[in-house]
Design a protein around this ligand. Structure first.
Ligand code: GRF
Length: 204
């Protein structure tokens, strides 16, 4: 059976939606390990409560990146476990190019905007401040740049006049929890092909 590793830094609601989808049989794979760069992440407690093994790896001192030694340690962990797919779920650090090249298998990320709009931090606030009427979320393959790789699935969400940051975040999050498990299923079951940077979903 294929194995999934989920990387988290914080709350872990997307992680929970993936674990639940797996438990409900949306896709057939084992959630093998949850890895965090933050030992206090709420996600780690949630994963443990849901019976998933967790691992904390000290990422180094530089915000947003992973030190060479930590990157190698994480790589070693996922290779030894024969992980088929990594899902970044609120993981707040850039994955190194060398990691992606050596791992070779799919690494997915979820971002709370319709990329390429509003990459980076505070995507929902960026959308609200810009005044867009529609925003949403994106699941994409991870490449060496932030919030950049080929797009697998997106969902749109309306922005209302009376939205607060919190209400918009909640509306987007609800869609994140739908499309992330679905994108994982498509990738695990190989229901796509890549043409340049375009992911063509072939789910018959
Ligand atoms: C989500 O909004 C996700 O799109 C972004 O970080 C947030 C993580 O939330 N990458 P959670 O930890 O999954 O609850």
């Amino acid at each position: 059976m294929k194995k999934i590793a989920i990387f988290v830094s914080g709350r872990g609601s997307n992680m929970v939606s993936i674990i639940k989808a797996q438990k409900n049989g949306l896709f057939s794979a084992k959630i093998d390990v949850v890895i965090s760069d933050n030992k206090d992440a709420e996600a780690l407690k949630k994963a443990t409560r849901m019976g998933i093994e967790t691992k904390y790896i000290y990422p180094g001192d530089k915000k947003g990146t992973i030190s060479k030694s930590a990157s190698n340690l994480i790589l070693d962990t996922v290779l030894k476990r024969d992980i088929s797919l990594i899902a970044l779920a609120g993981f707040m650090r850039i994955i190194k190019r060398s990691f992606i090249k050596t791992f070779k298998r799919p690494i997915l990320n979820i971002h709370p905007s319709l990329l390429p709009s509003f990459p980076g931090l505070d995507a929902q606030r960026q959308a609200l401040d810009y005044g867009v009427k529609i925003t949403g979320c994106t699941v994409h393959f991870v490449d060496e740049y932030m919030d950049h790789g080929p797009i697998i699935l997106q969902a749109s969400v309306p922005v209302f006049n009376n939205d607060t940051l919190e209400s918009l975040k909640q509306r987007i999050l609800k869609m994140e929890h739908k499309i992330y498990p679905e994108a994982i299923r498509l990738v695990l079951e190989n229901k796509y092909r890549i043409e340049g940077r375009k992911v063509v979903v072939e789910d018959t």
